[in-house]
Design a protein around this ligand. Structure first.
Ligand SMILES: [Zn+2]
Length: 468
């Protein structure tokens, strides 16, 4: 546990940071009032202080107050095994994640989920959108884990019925569970229910249509992995005669309630389909870097009005490095060839990591910006560092220069959750010890198939081959 200054943990706060990152960019001489878990006032310091004479201003020189970031695509229960994915070709879910998640019990699900939630908070994410775990057992243990860590979570329940060969009974069972999940978290401050189908062809047409309309009616988000790898696109064509996104389009399942993960392999028609239907996308640049075939055309998304956020896909929960990767991947995959040195002007990646992510996660009315009425999900970031003290462009610095060690405090729903990287109200070190032990046993016992050697063994292999 970590002791933070009491004045920063009061239930009502009047904060005066050196800079506040508002929707139109950084502003100075700004004050922010937090009360009842929300931003109660934001504006020029003198006026805000006048409106709240009972509050003592907390001066924050050298600090930027900014919205907490939104991870638009995560798998909290896979995070502990992320280093198993290094060097692996696509379709890791078949060889690693499905066997691994199937071996997890409720207690481990909770602990691994809580550790992943801590990683997210440390990386500056105040919300994650979880695309659903394949682990058996009650998803409530994962909800408890994120709630205890203090992370806002859009929690997907996997609703696969296996495809068009499923029976009417199987379909009914899946949809009953889905309805129960949507009702279960009503009124929860931090957990927001969502439905998920791993990939479109993992469900029947009926269930795809039903899940989409249930989400539409419940103002929830329907998450699925779409057009990520060549293998997955081709599998969909073989099974259903359509590419994954086309299949969803044909069924009328697309719309603002839909959040597709990846969208890395898109035709021009498909980009138009996304824009026309208001479908959201999670652009996952680190997933492309680590295990993808392609990079989603996110800069085109911005220009053509496709709604999108940035997601980690359980790779690395560091929002600053994610923004950096988002820009770098666009630049290398698209902008360099066009002689475009800007590649989104820096702000594109900041906006879509915060505001845009909240929008596609279906909670844009709650979070994603420092604005009156929004829940107080925010970060205090030390910008008075050797790297940034001479800045001429704070927004772009945050994308290219900043890192998570500069995050001094993380607040979710108006409550300080981390101070200098560590929880203020629970013991992270004992959880780490517990998960470390269990993770190694789980990996040793699960029938996973790794195709790539760990780095040190790979080095040895290369040396031996050269000698031979
Ligand atoms: Zn994923």
């Amino acid at each position: 546990m970590n002791t933070a200054p009491a004045q920063l943990q009061a239930s009502e706060l009047l904060l005066v940071p050196e800079q506040a990152m508002l929707r139109d960019g950084p502003v100075t001489d700004c004050a922010v009032v937090v009360a009842k878990g929300a931003f109660a006032d934001v504006g020029p310091r003198a006026q805000v202080q006048q409106r709240h004479p009972h509050l003592k201003a907390v001066e924050l020189p050298g600090r930027a107050l900014m919205p907490g970031f939104v991870d638009a695509h995560h798998h909290l229960t896979q995070s502990f095994g992320k280093s198993l994915a290094y060097g692996e070709p696509s379709e890791i879910f078949r060889r690693v994640w499905v066997p691994l998640e199937a071996s997890l019990d409720d207690a481990f699900l909770h602990d691994a989920g809580k550790l992943a939630a801590l990683e997210s908070l440390r990386g500056g994410f105040t919300t994650v959108c979880d695309a659903g775990t394949r682990a058996k057992g009650d998803i409530a243990s994962l909800a408890d884990a994120t709630r205890e860590a203090g992370l806002r979570c859009v929690l997907g329940l996997v609703c696969n019925d296996g495809g068009n060969e499923s029976t009417a009974q199987e379909r009914r069972a899946v949809l009953d569970r889905a309805a129960g999940h949507l009702a279960r978290f009503e009124g929860d401050r931090l957990v927001h229910a969502s439905l998920a189908i791993s990939v479109p062809e993992a469900a029947s047409d009926d269930v795809l249509k039903a899940v989409s309309s249930m989400c539409r009616d419940a103002s929830a988000i329907f998450q699925t992995h779409v057009n990520e790898h060549l293998a997955s696109v081709e599998r969909s064509i073989v099974a259903r005669g359509r590419r994954p996104l086309e299949l969803l389009g044909d069924l009328g399942a697309l719309g603002p309630q839909m959040l597709i993960a990846h969208g890395a392999l898109l035709t021009a028609c498909e980009i138009r389909l996304l824009a026309d239907t208001g479908t959201g996308v999670s652009y996952n640049p680190v997933a492309s870097q680590w295990k993808g075939n392609a990079v989603a055309p996110a800069y085109l998304f911005r220009e053509f009005g496709v709604r999108f956020g940035l997601g980690t896909d359980a790779t690395r929960s560091d929002a600053f490095r994610l923004m950096d990767a988002a820009e770098a991947a666009q630049k290398i995959a698209y902008s360099l060839q066009a002689g475009d040195a800007s590649a989104g002007g820096g702000w594109t990646w900041f906006d879509h990591a915060s505001f845009g992510g909240a929008d596609v996660a279906g909670i844009g009315h709650l979070t994603g910006e420092i604005a009156v009425g929004k829940r107080a999900d925010f970060l205090l970031v030390d910008v008075d560092t050797p790297e940034m003290c001479t800045t001429f462009d704070t927004t772009w610095d945050l994308v290219r220069i900043a890192n998570r060690d500069q995050i001094e405090a993380v607040y979710v729903d108006g409550v300080m959750r981390l101070w200098q990287g560590w929880p203020v109200d629970w013991d992270a070190r004992s959880l780490m010890r517990k998960v470390r032990e269990r993770a190694h046993t789980a990996v040793a016992n699960a029938p996973i198939q790794r195709l790539h050697l760990p780095a040190a063994q790979d080095r040895l292999r290369v040396k031996q081959e050269r000698r031979a």
